[in-house]
Design a protein around this ligand. Structure first.
Ligand code: X2X
Length: 369
């Protein structure tokens, strides 16, 4: 009989059946563990499937007849198709999930009252100070400047801040350059704003900017703004072309629009953190990719007729009897000068580093249009 040296790792024991017991136990334990693990995977799969809600509520301020609302709809449709209906998103326009109060939308997303949203940086700025960046007067001179921020390092910094604030940001869209309108007179210079009652929304930055320009700002929701304009309770407001045109603000007395491009609000596609965590990684990627695609399409819609020569969409508004005023550079400069102090004060509030980064990114933007 030849002598076999013990295999490495095999511990020889003295007697027959007893000798194999520890190995057997070990094997059994392994089998039990593997079974448990497999069961766990299956179970967690079932749990995940069960925790998918029948409907996910997506909040927007304006309905699908506006580029913004349409962006939400595109996102919802792409996700429904690509998840074969596993993730069923319904658009709730008019911020109806928070009774129309758009400045409460962000908190409701964090709390899970709202599952997801396509929201304006302005509306979330009371809760997320960094978002006031986009409302700094005369920071962004053109579309390339917006893109330089949202699609560069500044956009990534803002997304990191949103993550820390408790939501999952996925993609950028656009509301647009906010132009000032009113029922009383053409605006060429800050002096023309004197005494005008202007509806604004969002953070105190808007109140301070308008006050610095000599106007009387009144903060109210978009839902309240339209009746207030119709009744003459306020004289004017500021919003992008896409809102002005789709809401037909010329019908509520807004006869004068000045294209001053003082601020532009991007839109952000976000999801509640728990909802995000409840989905499989594959589904999360579908939702993220769909948000990015919807954001690109939405931005194209929001810029339609504004990036083409002569801005045909504003011409269409003019055809409704609205006077469109384009500022001379020296006129615009007067507005810049009058708001410089507010800019400096809010730069400190927002965080000088983020604003410095933004200023640098804009100065280095590749294409000016
Ligand atoms: O309320 C507005 O002015 C609007 C529709 O543009 C926003 O939600 C920021």
């Amino acid at each position: 009989m030849t002598h076999c040296p013990p295999l490495s790792g095999y511990i020889p024991v003295a007697r027959g059946s007893d000798a194999r017991l520890p190995a057997l136990r070990f094997a059994l334990a392994g089998l039990v563990a593997a079974t448990l693990l497999l069961g766990g995977v299956i179970l967690s799969g079932q749990v995940a499937a069960q925790t998918y809600k029948a409907e996910y509520k997506l909040s927007t301020v304006v309905p699908t007849s506006f580029p913004w609302g349409r962006g939400g709809e595109i996102w919802a449709n792409l996700v429904r198709e690509r998840t074969a209906g596993r993730i069923n998103i319904k658009v709730y326009p008019g911020v109806s999930l928070v009774g129309g109060d758009q400045t409460r939308e962000f908190t409701a997303i964090r709390q899970g009252v709202i599952d997801m949203a396509v929201g304006s940086t302005i509306n979330w700025s009371p809760q997320v100070k960094a978002l006031n960046l986009f409302s700094l007067p005369f920071l962004m001179p053109d579309y390339a400047a917006i893109d330089a921020l949202t699609h560069g390092g500044v956009g990534a910094e803002v997304f990191a801040t949103l993550e820390r604030s408790g939501v999952v940001p996925l993609a950028w869209g656009e509301n647009g350059f906010r132009e000032i309108s009113n029922s009383r007179r053409e605006i060429h210079l800050p002096a023309d704003l004197k005494g005008l009652k202007l509806r604004v929304v969002g953070s105190p930055l808007f109140i301070e900017t308008m006050t610095a320009l000599g106007a009387n700002p009144v903060q109210m929701s978009w839902a309240d703004a339209q009746p207030a304009l119709a009744s003459g309770a306020v004289d004017g407001q500021e919003n992008p072309l896409s809102i002005f045109a789709a809401a037909k603000l010329h019908q509520v007395g807004q006869k004068f629009v000045t294209l001053w491009g003082y601020v532009a609000d991007p839109l952000i596609f976000v999801i509640n953190r728990e909802v995000w965590a409840s989905w499989t990684p594959a589904d999360r990627e579908i939702v993220r990719a769909a948000a990015i695609e919807a954001g690109v399409q939405e931005t194209v819609l929001a810029r339609k007729g504004l990036v083409e020569p002569g801005q045909p969409e504003w011409q269409a508004v003019a055809a409704n009897g609205v006077t469109i005023t384009r500022l001379k550079p020296e006129e615009r400069e007067q507005f810049v000068i009058a708001t410089r102090r507010i800019y400096a004060r809010w730069k400190a509030e927002i965080g000088p580093k983020l604003v410095d980064d933004a200023e640098r990114a804009i100065a280095a933007r590749p294409v000016r249009r």
